[in-house]
Design a protein around this ligand. Sequence first.
Ligand SMILES: C[S@@+](CC[C@H](N)C(=O)[O-])C[C@H]1O[C@@H](n2cnc3c(N)ncnc32)[C@H](O)[C@@H]1O
Length: 140
Amino acid sequence: MSSASSAIPKRAAAAGVTNVEFIVGDVQTLEAVDGTFDAVVSKLILMYLPIQSTALCRAARHVRPGGLVVAHEADLTYGWAAPQSLLRSQVRDWFLQPLAATHIEARMGLRLCRCFLEAGLSTPTLTLEAAVASGPEAAA
Ligand SMILES: C[S@@+](CC[C@H](N)C(=O)[O-])C[C@H]1O[C@@H](n2cnc3c(N)ncnc32)[C@H](O)[C@@H]1O
């Protein structure tokens, strides 16, 4: 968890969740993490890391034999729309260009299998979901 997520423990406490411990740290080092867990779950984190498989491998070492390593990542370049519009294309470019400029892996979802294998893990079971929006509230 990054320090930007400091509101999360308060929200958990307010919701009466008491059996969770939150640790602020760099997922690339996991310095503050000790012990073995049933599962490691990451969501939209690997895409920010320069060497994703190293972080995944390090996290997986904390999972008990038979435990789960779960990663949710996206393909942020997926931009299908009907009809296509110039505005939508422009907004999509404005969104993707800073990601590319800062070396954020916009297509991490498509790299997950390779990442697992590079991390020394077995071939993951992959599923793909896509949100579909329509109507006046849909993005341009
Ligand atoms: C798109 S958010 C996803 C947050 C959360 N997993 C979710 O799905 O709502 C990406 C998060 O990754 C965190 N992050 C990026 N690099 C990190 C690192 N090296 N160590 C820890 N957190 C990191 C950012 O601070 C940010 O909170």
